[in-house]
Design a protein around this ligand. Structure first.
Ligand SMILES: NC(=O)c1ccc[n+]([C@@H]2O[C@H](COP(=O)([O-])OP(=O)(O)OC[C@H]3O[C@@H](n4cnc5c(N)ncnc54)[C@H](OP(=O)(O)O)[C@@H]3O)[C@@H](O)[C@H]2O)c1
Length: 355
């Protein structure tokens, strides 16, 4: 009986293998024109959410993308809960946000790789502001080493703990409050969730997990809590300056960061200034866009991966192979936005801050 059922199932799947692509072609042909009209109507009649006095919780607000997103919300008059581990940096960001127009800023020192800290972050925010309107998940850590050259595995887990579990736990605790306020979730993912950039395999995997988690959550939540996932390309920040986790789990010092950043040749991709990204993120969130790639030219890589994966994988391999890699040589030849930060930019004992 089992054998008969299995044969039948194989036949059904073989029929679907043949018929489904054809059926889908006709479905697309029929549905695309009305969908295009609907998109135009939606575009015309979607207005940005007013942010005055709304409460926005931002994780990883002490530097880089999170810091600049905080400034954008501050300009719109939002009240802010800023989360990170470095309290002094948060205090600086708090002062800047207040001078930009935020009526109330709360800073919360927390390590989002810990479930209890994620809970505390949400509880403290709601206790202070009595509501939560936007949860902006941004805190993250990366690495710059190929999987094979890592001489230790201790550094793998923390990347997943911050980048994936930190997002998941904070969302779990924030969701009841977001439902109550008809709020939204904004997620900092990355283009590496679909683009297999070399030397960041664990980081890429954490971002792919984030992508799929929030796409699934979007299906589960429907329109009750809109989710905006943004996928940045290469952006100026401490991370792209080389402040990354080493295989032993320790954070690279400015000296190590300088070496790593220069060796890897990541400068191949022209960096986008952090403030330019932040403006586009906040705009996309206020219009409740489901998914945005910033800058949008990286979207072409997605189509390349689907239609000509051979070309994409071969070029990525060529770019990152050799010592120095082709990517590094290119970044040395070009200058400007493509050039990695120089020693001067690391001078303050820290990392380059976006101008
Ligand atoms: N820069 C890019 O090219 C790029 C591209 C795509 C996506 N992204 C994503 O953008 C996000 C922000 O990165 P960034 O580029 O702005 O780099 P960044 O300047 O290094 O910012 C990282 C932020 O995350 C915080 N953070 C790290 N670990 C934390 C932890 N355990 N608990 C709480 N906060 C923690 C850091 O604060 P503390 O150290 O004070 O805790 C800092 O505020 C990350 O999710 C990253 O993956 C960046």
């Amino acid at each position: 009986m089992d054998e008969y059922e299995d044969t039948l199932l194989v036949l059904v799947n073989q029929t679907l293998d043949l018929m489904w692509p054809l059926a889908l072609f006709f479905i697309l042909l029929l549905t695309y024109p009305p969908l295009a009209v609907w998109r135009c109507v939606r575009w015309l009649f979607t207005f940005p959410w007013p942010m005055q006095d709304r409460v926005v919780l931002i994780t990883g607000a002490s530097s880089g993308i999170g810091e600049h997103i905080a400034y954008e919300y501050a300009r719109l008059g939002a009240r802010l809960a800023l989360v990170a581990r470095r309290e002094e940096r948060l205090e600086e960001v708090e002062d800047n946000c207040k001078s930009l127009g935020s009526p109330d800023v709360q800073i919360i020192q927390a390590d989002v790789s810990k479930e209890e800290d994620c809970k505390q972050v949400v509880e403290e925010t709601v206790q202070h502001f009595q509501r939560l309107d936007t949860l902006l998940l941004n805190a993250g850590v990366a690495h710059i080493y190929s999987f094979e050259e890592a001489d230790d595995t201790k550094g793998f887990g923390p990347i997943m703990d911050v980048n994936f579990w930190g997002y998941v736990y904070t969302t779990k605790f924030a969701l009841p409050h977001l439902r109550r306020s008809q709020g939204q979730i904004v997620v900092n993912d990355s283009i590496v969730s679909f683009l297999p950039q070399a030397k960041t395999s664990i980081y890429n995997a954490s971002k792919a997990a984030v992508s799929q988690f929030f796409e699934t959550l979007r299906v589960e939540l429907g329109s009750a809590v809109p989710i905006t996932v943004f996928l940045p390309g290469a952006i100026k920040s401490e991370m792209t300056d080389g402040k990354v986790l080493l295989p032993d789990g320790k954070v690279a010092s400015p000296d190590e960061a300088f070496r790593l950043r220069n060796e890897a040749g990541f400068g191949l991709f022209p960096l986008l200034p952090t403030s330019a990204l932040a403006r586009r993120v906040v705009k996309a969130a206020r219009y409740r866009r489901p998914r945005v790639v910033i800058p949008s030219w990286y979207k072409t890589m997605f189509y390349l991966k689907i239609f000509e994966p051979e070309l994409l994988y071969t070029s990525l391999r060529i770019f990152w192979s050799g010592r120095p890699s082709f990517a590094k040589r290119l970044s040395e030849i070009f200058g400007g936005g493509i050039k990695p930060p120089g020693p001067k930019e690391f001078e303050r004992g820290g990392f380059r801050k976006d101008e």
